[in-house]
Ligand binder design. Structure first.
Ligand code: E4P
Length: 265
């Protein structure tokens, strides 16, 4: 399992040493509150004003600025999200992805270091299919079902991010329960079914479990290709004394031994 940090926080990345990191607009906004990004914020706002850029264009420049900083700290990929309001427009989503990649390349960050994050809507998957054909690797996020996962595999996307926590949150609400054991957790079961389908059908698309609420969900998915985990949960895992969490712990830059998932899961 490759450990991925779900954050734009530079200090957390330095400390936890993930292989990849994933961001989204909320994480970018949170990260930008840090003094570590003060210079970037000042620079981009001043440059944006001077060039007559719109607030959205300045926000995009900041997003890429954060991603470029992150790319200097992780050996692998940085996931950068295309605006959610483009999730139902194939051409606009693809155009935005190309613009983000061009902005990264202008900063000297190659497309091989970036994953373009798109919602797993029908249109998002079609946009990803086009982008993959242009050599732009995509991370299909907001993925809640096997049907979406199969459509992503058919489209040849590089990576999917099936969500755990959000599925479980909805089931908890619908079923009026406080929680589940890891093996009964609906979010965990969803990711396992996708992983098993992919592996038993020889699908290359990488499965990266996301949206975790607790370390039990993470441990239940050890063996998945990648897991993107918040710094808080990575810290909890690193503090755990059992063997499995240590393998999923912060010391991931040196590589994490693959753990076979239960074939029957
Ligand atoms: C990762 O790529 C996702 O953006 C993230 O894990 C979403 O988690 P959430 O359900 O806590 O928003």
């Amino acid at each position: 399992t490759v450990v991925v940090a779900d954050t734009g926080d530079l200090d957390a990345i330095r400390k936890l040493k993930p292989v990849d990191c994933t961001t989204n607009p909320s994480l970018i906004l949170k990260a930008l509150q840090s003094p570590a990004y003060a210079d970037l914020v000042e620079r981009e706002i001043e440059a944006g004003k001077a060039a007559g850029r719109s607030p959205l264009e300045i926000a995009d420049a900041l997003t890429v600025g954060v991603g470029a900083e992150l790319s200097t700290l992780v050996p692998g990929r940085v996931s950068t999200e295309v605006d959610a309001n483009l999730s139902f427009d194939v051409d606009a989503a693809a155009a935005k992805a190309r613009a983000l990649i061009a902005a990264y390349e202008a900063r000297g960050v190659g497309r091989d270091r970036i994953l373009i994050k798109l919602a797993s809507t029908w249109e998002g998957i079609r946009a990803a299919e086009i982008l993959q054909g242009e050599g732009i690797d995509c991370n299909l996020t907001l993925l809640f079902s096997l049907a979406q996962a199969v459509a992503c595999a058919d489209a040849g996307v590089f990576l999917i991010s099936p969500f755990v926590g959000r599925i479980t949150d909805w089931y908890k609400k619908a079923e009026g329960v406080d929680g589940y054991t890891p093996d009964d957790d609906p979010g965990v079961k969803s990711v396992r079914s996708i992983y098993d389908y992919y592996k038993s059908n020889g699908i290359d698309t990488v499965v990266m479990g996301a949206s975790f609420r607790n370390t039990d969900q993470i441990k239940a998915l050890a063996g998945c290709d990648r897991l993107t985990i918040s710094p808080a949960l990575l810290e909890e895992l690193a503090a755990d004394e059992t063997d499995l969490p240590r393998q999923l712990s912060a010391d991931s830059a040196t590589g994490v031994a693959p753990i076979e998932m239960d074939e029957n899961s």
